[in-house]
Design a protein. Sequence first.
Length: 277
Amino acid sequence: MAPGVAIHMIVGESLTTAAEAITAPRALRVACASDGCRTIPGRLLESSYLLPAETPMTQDELKLAVAREALRYLVDDAYVGVGTGSTANHFIDELAKYRGRIRGAVASSAKTAERLKACGIALEELNNTGDLPVYIDGADEVTEHGAMIKGGGGALTREKVIAAASRRFVCIVDQSKLVPVLGRFPLPVEVIPMARSYVARELAKLGGQPEWRMGFTTDNGNVILDVRGLSILDPVEMESRINQIPGVVTVGLFARRGADVILVGGEPGVRTITRAS
Ligand code: 5RP
């Protein structure tokens, strides 16, 4: 049974396993919980949602699992940098339970700031905190070496700034994001609006197919080009090359400052990859 899937009960006479319970007539089902199944004689007490033992965790459950694991990296009485996206949102919700332990959080986007505020977590500007002990964020792709593609949510510039100002970057992902080579996910590039077409032509020279993320403006008032078709064999070199194109604000390659710790959610649990520093 997938960890965390609590299945409550119904009654039976002689059923002992979840598999038997699934196929059993409604009135003969067993009580199942994370500690196994047992039979309880009697009448049907309650209907319940019964999952087969081999049911894999959903992507969202995996994101929640890594978000919980990331709490281990919090530093008491300090500020924590918080990323953007659905995985980071799970982290914020979990962080809310421990908000008394930290001084507050530095948000990587307006959306994250809004959620932190709604959870009662004190916000602080990076300008007032100095370097942070830890930054916790998701990624669109990550290699075992800690190089990442980020910016699917469009917050790449502030994410990169906070990552640079943090002593430890903890990347939280479900297993679908762990890749041997970056580039299947379109690479986001934040660009000042008047440079959009010029930068797109330069990106095409590098072998990519840039596409304007229409209708989207970043928190910094810029636009995003999503670049398909790049096979990024040398992420550090590619990050430097794209950064040098005039008009580029930030490329969503995080290789020069990659993740220090990667928490990968999968079956049977969370795997921790720690980069040598
Ligand atoms: C936002 C990001 C996110 O970390 C990235 O898009 C992953 O998002 P999610 O956790 O929703 O899969 O870089 O700019």
